[in-house]
Design a protein around this ligand. Structure first.
Ligand SMILES: N[C@@H](CCC[C@H](N)C(=O)O)C(=O)O
Length: 275
């Protein structure tokens, strides 16, 4: 039997597995089975916590989408990872350095129980996202089946496309989300954010996630949306991002400064499952 913890960050939910004290190597079919909401535990992502792979790092953590694909970044997952390693007694540190497949995160526990994460500097060059474009631009015009869509594109360790909408409640997330997420100009797929700007320090966001579908919140998507809208001149340095599952605080000073994300991480229940 394999021990697991069910967690969530603003309703973006996770099955978290300890691969420090138990040895785990999961096949994509096993990830899909764990994530299945009818026949498994159910989650948007499976997070696997591993020992560090280099001196200076506290842990390595891997992120798998519900469809079994692997990603290099998960903002809500990073906060849940931090709470998990503390709750499980794997560390008593107040600050953590954790490596993922595609980068390094710095995390700190705040006195109010929230977790603050240094998500690293945004990567805007098309080849870093990766995104097929002639040159870097603030806005790209993406051809879709029946229309074109104006998007910003950025990597926070995983690829994001962000488009502005007038009203996030009626945004065509279900229609356009899958088309953009699997667009051939994003060779590794992309997470798709639909962003409504209410004020220079307040936005609303829905995200159609690569490998999952629409989720109640996406931490890296919130960071990507703020980066794009800051580059479009629409936002201040510190922004409240309202997602269907709750609110994140995102800060970005611009340029090569890191993006900071602050929000909650909640343990729901623990159990054992046969893999
Ligand atoms: N929910 C996450 C992002 C998870 C990975 C994403 N679906 C991808 O494939 O890159 C977040 O909170 O950032």
């Amino acid at each position: 039997m394999t021990r697991f913890t069910k967690m969530h960050g603003l309703g973006n939910d996770f099955v978290v597995l300890d691969s420090v004290r138990q040895s785990l190597e999961l096949a994509p079919a096993q990830i899909r089975a764990l994530a299945d909401r009818h026949f498994g535990i159910g989650c948007d992502q499976v997070l696997v916590v591993e020992p560090p792979r280099r001196p200076g790092a506290d842990f390595f953590y891997r992120i798998f989408n519900a469809d079994g694909s692997e990603s290099g970044q998960c903002g809500n997952g990073a906060r849940c990872f931090a709470r998990f390693v503390r709750d499980q007694g794997l560390t008593d540190k107040e600050r953590l350095t954790v490596d993922t497949r595609d980068g390094t995160l710095e995390l700190a526990f705040l006195p109010d129980g929230q977790v603050r994460v240094d998500m690293g500097a945004p990567r805007l060059e098309p080849r870093e996202i990766p995104f097929i474009a002639a040159a870097r631009a603030g806005v790209y015009v993406l051809p879709l089946a029946t229309e074109t869509l104006a998007i910003g594109a950025v990597s926070l360790g995983n690829p994001h496309a962000v488009t502005l909408v007038e009203d996030v409640d009626s945004a065509p997330v279900a229609e356009l989300g899958p088309q953009v997420a699997r667009h051939p100009d994003f060779p590794e797929g992309v997470n798709v954010g639909f962003l409504q700007v209410l004020a220079a320090d307040l936005v609303r966001l829905r995200v159609f996630e690569r490998g999952v579908g629409e989720t109640l919140a996406c931490g890296s998507g919130a960071c990507a949306a703020v980066v794009c809208a800051r580059l479009w001149g629409l936002l201040d340095e510190r922004v409240q991002v309202e997602l269907p599952g709750g609110t994140l605080t995102i800060e970005w000073a611009g340029g090569t400064a890191p993006v900071w994300m602050t929000g909650p991480a909640v343990r729901v229940f623990e159990g054992e499952i046969a893999l």
